[in-house]
Design a binder for this molecule. Structure first.
Ligand code: NAG
Ligand code: NAG
Ligand code: NAG
Length: 353
């Protein structure tokens, strides 16, 4: 009879003593996150989409050697618009695409279905892909980008570059200028591959807290701290790298976990640069084509340009980069910048071809 109480007390005592340890190791995972979780049904929809795109890539690369000799279709740029609002700069993009032939590009839009957005018109008409809910500072932005990549890969085998654009982005050059830049044969590597333009940085001051945003010891062994990278989500990926992104399961398992430290949670700024720097660092430029101004940023938002700031001089400044090439896009601009930008579309923005 004496054994009965102690057999109950010992486990209870053990549990009590282990609480601090349990809290340390599991706490971050158990605390209710302020983020929407990605529903399993969405994950399954995505997996099925990715499988189709991967299967299509496998069959088209098998066909390629025979088909190459009479390959007539020119390479295309897939413009992937990721938005949760109307596309404020649609009229500017219309002028941008007016300068292009549809044989050179495709447009795809992922728009948060929970946002009230009037139907897209003009070149954007019927370009909406099946979209899911998105939320800032959450892995839903990674999901949306992967959905855009897979949809565009599956839709057209000629899509060769995949450029992610937001509703706050504007073009800084004409379509022809961008197209000639991306497909300039002198940009081919010794292996005859074009680079992906994606920012990959390893020296950001908040990297450690961002690495631990899902809790301590959550990221290893898949991602060690010295492999963790940061960079803008606004990339232009090659088809090879887009395929790597939609094939990935290993890193996604970690990056999709909700953050308990929401202030340090920007999964979309880490997933793509970390994965590509692990798998093919030499195939990436490490620079983005999208200029952003972080001077005086507030709450993790970059400087948002307002109408009085818009001038030809600003556009010329925004194009200048520390790399060997000009920036092609810029963000962020408030919606009311549309008219001043339209006024100098022909004379400045697209006057380079
Ligand atoms: C990080 O490295 C890049 C490229 O070497 C450099 O331009 C930048 O100033 C560095 N940033 C910090 C915060 O050290
Ligand atoms: C960046 O934003 C700051 C204000 O936060 C502004 O003073 C500066 O001129 C901007 N830089 C460029 C290149 O537009
Ligand atoms: C170029 O590099 C300098 C020094 O690191 C930095 O101050 C400047 O902001 C960079 N310019 C651009 C356009 O990134």
């Amino acid at each position: 009879m004496a054994a009965a109480p102690s057999s109950a007390v010992v486990p209870a005592l053990c549990l009590l003593l282990s609480l601090p340890f349990l809290y340390f190791f599991l706490g971050p995972r158990l605390l209710t996150p302020r983020q929407i979780a990605i529903p399993l049904s969405d994950e399954l929809d995505d997996l099925s989409l990715f499988h189709k795109a991967i299967a299509m890539s496998a069959s088209s690369s098998r066909r390629l050697p025979a088909a190459k000799s009479h390959l007539s279709a020119p390479p295309k740029i897939a413009f992937l618009f990721l938005t949760n609002s109307p596309l404020h700069f649609a009229p500017l993009w219309e002028l941008f695409f007016a300068n292009a032939t549809p044989r050179h590009y495709n447009i795809y839009i992922h728009a948060d279905p929970f946002a009230k957005i009037p139907p897209f018109t003009g070149v954007f008409k019927d370009r909406l892909i099946p979209s899911k809910r998105t939320q800032r500072s959450s892995a839903t932005l990674i999901s949306a980008a992967r959905r855009l990549l897979a949809t565009a890969m599956l839709h057209d085998a000629s899509n060769t570059y995949f450029a992610l654009i937001s509703q706050h982005c504007i073009p800084l050059h004409s379509f022809h200028f961008l197209y000639d830049f991306l497909f300039d044969l002198s940009r081919l590597s010794p292996d005859f591959e074009f680079p992906s333009y994606i920012e990959i940085l390893d020296n950001e001051s908040t990297l450690w807290s961002r690495y631990n945003a899902r809790g301590r010891n959550v990221m290893p062994p898949e991602v060690q701290f010295d492999e963790f990278r940061v960079g803008s989500q606004f990339f232009a990926l090659t088809r090879k790298h887009a395929l790597m992104v939609i094939k990935d399961r290993k890193l996604w398992r970690k990056f999709k976990l909700p953050c308990f430290n929401v202030e340090s949670c920007y999964p979309e700024e880490h997933y793509f640069p970390t994965m590509l720097s692990m798998q093919d660092p030499n195939g990436c430029s490490h620079y983005t084509l999208t200029r952003v101004n972080w001077t005086g940023s507030v709450n993790g938002h970059p400087h948002t340009y307002r109408p009085p700031e818009i001038s030809p001089r600003l556009i010329h400044r925004l194009r200048q980069s520390n790399s060997t090439y000009s920036y092609m896009f810029a963000r962020k601009f408030s919606p009311d910048c549309l008219n001043p930008l339209l006024e100098m579309a022909d004379s400045v923005l697209f006057k380079d071809w």
